[in-house]
Design a binder for this molecule. Structure first.
Ligand code: SF4
Length: 280
């Protein structure tokens, strides 16, 4: 049984929070650079170049790439041969977030109660999903999820008779309705199948895959490709200025579901597609 100490987790989570907000992943920057070559509108090209400059400035000056430093969302894969010592896993993650957001001068974006809305003052609590896996590793995946894109996300319980066309229509309608409010160019995370709550998790989980990486299943990969092309025909463009780059990428995850159900969740991610991970 491998032991991992609470403090080791705290230090790593604090680092991930700062890096996620300062250092846009190479996958996203490459997608911006590629999009500049293909973008049809001059205004769209200009926005994409500004996003590249913005990412460079954030990295060089150690400042957040966006004022919205997001909800800290974690997918944690805990090996069943791994034992956390010195405190609880959830407390360690939240302490890491507290330290990372304070030391990194990152905006605190969480309120303690959705009705009374008092800021918690340290960006906790974070949203933590855990999966128990074979082995003795602790994998921590973190994203700082912006509020604008999250607000425009949607879930619908379709029925099997809606079919693939119904799934496509719901995804395109959701992106169309989001327009500029989700801060495009987007990464669109899609969950298909499962049930009401697991479908939303699939959509969120898909956003942790690197931009540009296709699904291992060839049929799903082809659907990702087709949807990316269809979304980019909507004309919304970078920051809603019009153009051919509404989405940098589409990610789909699927799961078995009930014979009477066809749940679909669309979790939009803005251009600040911030995901980092560590394996302990
Ligand atoms: S949705 Fe994304 S780009 Fe828009 S303000 Fe929030 S973090 Fe920034």
């Amino acid at each position: 049984m491998k032991e991992i100490h609470y403090k080791h987790i705290v230090q790593n989570v604090a680092r991930l929070c700062e890096e996620a907000n300062y250092d846009l992943g190479e996958d996203v920057v490459k997608a911006f650079q590629k999009a500049v070559q293909t973008e049809s509108s001059e205004a769209g090209k200009d926005v994409l170049n500004q996003l590249i400059d913005n990412a460079n400035i954030a990295t060089q000056n150690r400042v957040p790439m966006c004022q919205d430093t997001g909800v800290s969302v974690f997918i944690v894969k805990l090996g069943q041969e791994c034992h956390i010592t010195g405190g609880s896993l959830y407390d360690a993650i939240n302490e890491g977030v507290r330290i990372g957001y304070e030391d990194g001068y990152l905006r605190y974006s969480i309120v303690d109660d959705p009705i009374n809305r008092k800021n918690t003052g340290d960006n906790t609590p974070s949203v933590i999903h855990t999966e128990i896996t074979p082995g003795d590793h602790l994998e921590i995946h973190m994203t700082a999820k912006g509020g604008g894109a999250e607000n425009m996300s949607a879930l619908k319980m379709l029925t099997p008779s809606d079919g693939v066309e119904g799934v496509k229509k719901f995804i395109l309608d959701t992106v169309q309705e989001a327009g500029p409010n989700a801060c495009p160019p987007l990464v669109v995370g899609i969950g298909i199948g499962g049930n009401f709550e697991s479908c939303a998790y699939l959509a969120k989980k898909s956003l942790f895959r690197p931009v540009g990486e296709r699904h291992a299943n060839q049929d799903i990969a082809a659907f990702e490709e087709t949807l990316t092309q269809d979304i980019n025909k909507l004309g919304i463009g970078p920051q809603g200025m019009g153009g051919s780059t509404t989405a940098l990428d589409i990610k789909i995850e699927i799961s078995p579901c009930h014979i009477a159900a066809l749940p679909v969740a669309v979790n939009l991610n803005c251009h600040a597609s911030r995901h980092k991970h560590v394996i302990l």
